[in-house]
Ligand binder design. Structure first.
Ligand code: 3Y8
Ligand code: NAP
Length: 249
């Protein structure tokens, strides 16, 4: 009997959950527990880590999971690596639902870097107004560049003091619009943007706004992941789940 685990936390995972639920497939949606009030899902939902590879393998056995869909974010590399290891250990079929990276288009002023450390080095020496649109987990490395005036954007308000002397936080969970991003960049006189190549539509607007305003974007490329079967659409996942036969069953 089919039972799917959706490793979620993205817009794509939410789209998949809606289709899986409508198809009447027995499935569980999993959040990592990063945000205070994640979006409701039309499926039974679990929140929090599994406790590493072996605990995830135990979970797959205990819950009799027959298919795992890794619909996490391209930068959720540890979760993706753990899913590959646990599915290999338990011989559970795994498929990644992964949106394509954004491609540079004419007019984009991108400086592509490999990771956050390289993004810090890519910033100018002279004080500048920098929009760090990379969430809350990777702010500390910018503490070595205190001369800049930073604008940060978090999903939830942050209680901790920031490791940056001049930082202003926007609390917003996205998805974001071109109008909203243009307003943010203009109102805060942003001169540089730091972004991760998430792909998808939820965070793309800041790049279109940057292009419209002629602003440079330091673009962090995705972490490398081991090979695993991968698709970029919900319909391909449903085919993989043998959706039609499910309805016929
Ligand atoms: C907890 C689930 C939807 C899904 C919304 C997508 C779109 C908006 C773009 C910017 C970039 C960032 C961040 C971002 C985007 C969508 C999508 C996407 C980037 C939620 C969500 C969870 C998270 C976790 C959160 C991270 C943070 C990253 C903010 C829900 C809203 C910056 C990634 O406070 C924290 O600790 C937040 C941590 C991981 C990256 C970071 O390092 O801080 N996402 N984001 C998921 C879980 O617990 O399993 O709360 O409902 C999901 C979404 N985030 O509703 O349509 O699908 O890509 N999320 C990045 O660098 O791109 C924002 O601000 O421009
Ligand atoms: P990560 O660094 O790859 O994962 C760290 C640990 O968090 C994992 O080993 C696992 O803990 C737990 N975890 C992560 N995602 C989980 C999930 N969906 N269900 C259960 N446990 C999960 O992950 P991350 O980058 O912090 O991302 C966390 C969540 O936010 C994911 O759902 C991801 O899709 C979403 N998200 C992330 C980003 C981003 O920029 N990273 C952007 C948008 C959305 P154990 O080892 O204990 O099992």
């Amino acid at each position: 009997m089919m039972r799917a685990l959706i490793l979620g936390g993205t817009a794509d995972a939410n789209s998949l959950a809606a289709v899986v639920s409508r198809a009447g497939i027995d499935a569980i949606y999993s959040y990592g527990g990063r945000t205070h009030a994640p979006a409701e899902q039309p499926l039974p939902t679990r929140i929090g880590g599994f406790g590493g590879v072996s605990s995830l393998a135990d979970y797959l056995r205990r819950e009799r999971i027959t298919h795992v869909i890794d619909a996490t974010h391209p930068f959720a590399a540890e979760m993706s690596r753990n899913a590959i290891a646990a599915c290999t250990q338990t011989a559970t079929p795994l498929l990644a639902l992964e949106r394509a990276p954004w491609d540079k288009t004419p007019g984009d002023r991108w400086i592509e870097v490999a990771d956050v450390a390289a993004a810090v080095v890519a910033l100018p020496e002279n004080p500048a107004r920098v929009f760090l649109a990379i969430g809350r987990q990777h702010i500390a490395p910018f503490g070595t560049r205190p001369q800049h005036a930073y604008t940060l954007r978090f999903v939830d308000p942050s209680a901790e003091t920031l490791p940056l002397p001049d930082a202003d936080v926007i609390v917003s969970r996205g998805p974001f619009t071109l109008e909203g991003e243009l307003e943010t960049l203009r109102a805060r006189h942003i001169e540089w943007i730091v972004a991760r190549n998430s792909g998808g539509t939820g965070a793309r607007a800041k790049l279109d706004a940057a292009r419209a305003l002629g602003l440079p974007v330091i673009m962090i490329t995705r972490p490398p992941l081991p090979d695993r079967p991968r698709v970029d659409s919900v319909s391909q996942v449903m085919e993989w789940l043998g959706h039609r036969t499910c309805l016929g069953a």
